[in-house]
Design a protein around this ligand. Structure first.
Ligand code: HEC
Length: 123
């Protein structure tokens, strides 16, 4: 009888800690991902430069759906419309970005989403 209770408790412990661990890992990937107080210049621009400007710079945007994400004012249009977050998160109904390339890393996506949640400051 007592053994059963202990087994039961162990099972609950394993199940709850493993669930907790999963969530933890999604929110904070193994390498520490800092998403507090994101800066447009320091944190966001480099991600866009690396992954998006090849198609969506001021010069190239007109050839790629007329989407320009270079420059704060241009980028803000896609923040406000929800298209920036939806496209990098591969939400249905939106074109998955970056096009013809793997999805951005979890940390890069988290940085952009947190910057948007913070009110997408021009900082
Ligand atoms: C290889 C070229 C290429 C790259 C790299 C690329 N895009 Fe795009 N993007 C396109 C093209 C072409 C379109 C317009 C056609 C379409 O929607 O599929 C587009 C459309 C979009 C749209 C509108 C999507 C919608 O469904 O409304 C957004 C927002 C966008 N891109 C953002 C980005 C961001 C952010 C990145 C970088 C993470 C990126 N793109 C990288 C080619 C690219």
């Amino acid at each position: 009888m007592e053994r059963r209770i202990i087994k039961g408790l162990l099972l609950v412990l394993v199940v709850t800690t493993s669930c907790y661990y999963d969530v933890e890992e999604t929110l904070y990937p193994p390498t520490t991902c800092i998403t507090d107080n994101m800066s447009y210049q320091t944190n966001i621009v480099p991600i866009l430069e690396r992954n998006c400007y090849s198609c969506h710079s001021v010069a190239d945007g007109p050839n790629n759906g007329n989407v320009v994400v270079e420059g704060y004012t241009e980028l803000l249009k896609y923040v406000d419309s929800g298209q920036l977050s939806a496209s990098i998160n591969h939400q249905s109904g939106y074109s998955a970005m970056p096009q013809d390339a793997p999805k951005l890393g979890n940390c890069d996506i988290a940085k952009i989403d947190h910057w948007i949640l913070d009110g997408s400051p021009n900082n």
